[in-house]
Design a protein around this ligand. Structure first.
Ligand SMILES: Nc1ncnc2c1ncn2[C@@H]1O[C@H](COP(=O)(O)OP(=O)(O)O)[C@@H](O)[C@H]1O
Ligand SMILES: [Mg+2]
Length: 249
């Protein structure tokens, strides 16, 4: 089955700890609740942790795919209750073993993932931190990028570095910004405008703002309990902000 409106989206930031994994999981879950068919791929090849945030114990993961014991579609597992299921391809958490893979191998998996994503409405690749070769090789699999920033200046410089390298290979890509952990909407807006200005001045293009997610202690609480935010705290601030984003997708 091929889906003409299928979207494969990279979720990246350059910097670690800005909420890529949490945003990937929560957008995927929010769309699944709206009856969309969603695939979530753990692309943090160094320190995978979608399985940790969701409390999964995957028997099959990317380690077996890269060592050619199973194919990529065979690594898909279904997560969630009846009406909101997500298909997940887990990484190998806690080993770091996949971080040293050759770029050609990653590019090949990226192509297979691109093909697999045609069966879904939305597919998200949760990227690792950094802008090194293996990361950029995986990012090459998709023409759409959600870049996650916070108002931390290092997050802005790292996001800029990622965008610059990504655009060198993906000239006709679509790039949208999500500001996470914003103190309030004004702070979030300011962070976005700073990044936008740098992109306009040095890269001659203008990213769009997809949304601002406020800092919210319910996020930490739901991660601690390994339950998606929209199941545990469906009407908190961060949940409202996520819902506003998926309306725009
Ligand atoms: N909107 C938010 N409000 C509060 N805490 C958040 C928010 N988003 C993320 N966090 C916190 O940031 C931590 C790091 O998130 P994570 O998704 O692991 O980042 P990354 O994948 O970019 O390294 C999470 O464990 C969570 O506690
Ligand atoms: Mg992560």
């Amino acid at each position: 089955m091929s889906n003409l409106s299928s979207k494969l989206i990279i979720i990246a930031s350059g910097k670690g700890g800005v909420g890529k994994t949490w945003v990937s999981i929560t957008l995927a879950h929010a769309l699944a609740r709206k009856k969309k068919k969603v695939l979530l791929f753990d692309g943090d090849l160094g320190l995978a942790n979608i399985d940790i945030q969701l409390g999964l114990m995957p028997e099959l993961d990317l380690g077996q795919v890269f060592s050619e014991q199973i194919t990529l579609p065979e690594a898909v597992m279904s997560y969630g209750e009846g009406k909101a299921q997500i298909d997940i391809i887990s990484g190998q958490s806690g080993t770091g073993a996949l971080a040293s893979l050759k770029a050609e191998k990653i590019t090949k998996i990226g192509e297979e993932l691109n093909f697999l994503s045609q069966q879904y409405d939305y597919s998200f690749i949760d990227m690792g931190a950094g802008v090194e070769m293996p990361i950029m090789a995986l990012a090459n699999a998709a023409k759409e990028l959600f870049i996650i920033i916070t108002s931390d200046p290092t997050s802005l410089t790292d996001a800029y570095a990622f965008i610059k390298l990504y655009r060198m290979r993906q000239k006709d890509s679509k790039i949208s910004v999500i500001v996470n952990m914003a103190e309030d909407r004004n702070y979030g807006q300011k962070a976005f405008l700073t990044l936008k200005k740098v992109c306009e001045n040095f890269l001659k293009f203008s990213p769009e703002l997809l949304g601002i997610i406020r800092r919210d202690p319910h996020v930490t609480d739901s991660i601690r309990h390994q339950i998606p935010l929209l199941s545990r705290h469906p009407s908190c601030k961060a949940a409202d902000d996520i819902e506003a984003i998926i309306k725009k997708l």
